[in-house]
Design a protein around this ligand. Structure first.
Ligand code: IYR
Length: 221
């Protein structure tokens, strides 16, 4: 069935100067986002998290299927279980599974299997991709560009959390299937990534890295 078409009510009409300013201001703010690994044990209002999730849910998606689910936990017992499971997988990764090349690429970041931030940060948000939808009668609905759609939604979520004043860490324990059980998610959903969310600790240290300049990331023909 075709959607009813309604007039667009939100056409933006900024003058050029305003657009120059807004684009610059947004860049100045977003470039301050940094992935942190040291979180403060400071709580965050759940309503702030919810607003950010609503922002993520505005993402475009293939055929508007919205193939995402955001599973949130602020419970210390859940965070402890996630840490235990993640560290088990990570130990296997660092000690056996990772190629020499991969470990070399990670060396400058100084990461290892220990993931204390999974317990110190107040919220863990696990983003799931719905590989297919399920109707109430159990039949499957095909999803299109599910991974791309969830990637876009996750980008908006990270941006919204940064905008709210929160720090994040994109964490991808591998394999992540244990997260289905912990968050009680069904089999048609696959963990995409775990977003560790909270405030950066006062003493947090971050790697001295830079982002590529425009010429390196962009060409115009
Ligand atoms: N999942 C591991 C390894 C890791 C992989 C990449 I690619 C990173 O940018 C950082 C870490 C871990 O979390 O330690």
């Amino acid at each position: 069935m075709k959607h009813k078409l309604v007039p667009i009510s939100n056409i933006r009409n900024f003058d050029n100067k305003t657009m120059e300013l807004r684009s610059k201001q947004f860049y100045e703010d977003i470039k301050q986002r940094r992935t942190v690994r040291d979180f403060a044990e400071k709580s965050v209002s759940k309503s702030i998290i919810n607003n950010c999730i609503l922002s993520a849910g505005t993402a475009p998606s293939g055929a508007n299927m919205q193939p995402w689910h955001f599973a949130i936990s602020g419970r210390s017992d859940i965070r402890k279980t996630i840490r235990e499971n993640a560290e088990k997988e990570e130990k296997e990764f660092y000690e056996r599974k990772a190629s020499r090349e991969w470990l070399k690429a990670l060396e400058p970041l100084g990461t290892n299997y220990s993931k204390p931030f999974l317990e110190t940060a107040p919220y863990l948000i696990c983003i799931f991709v719905k590989n297919y939808g399920l109707l109430t009668d159990g039949s499957r609905v095909k999803h299109y560009y599910a991974t791309e759609s969830v990637g876009i939604a996750t980008g908006i979520l990270i941006t919204a959390l940064h905008n709210a004043g929160l720090a994040t860490l994109t964490h991808t324990p591998s394999p992540m299937k244990f997260l289905n059980k912990i968050f009680k998610r069904p089999d048609n959903e696959r963990p995409f990534l775990l977003l560790v969310t909270g405030f950066a600790d006062k003493g947090a240290k971050i790697p001295d890295i830079e982002k590529f300049p425009l010429e390196k990331i962009s060409t115009t023909i």
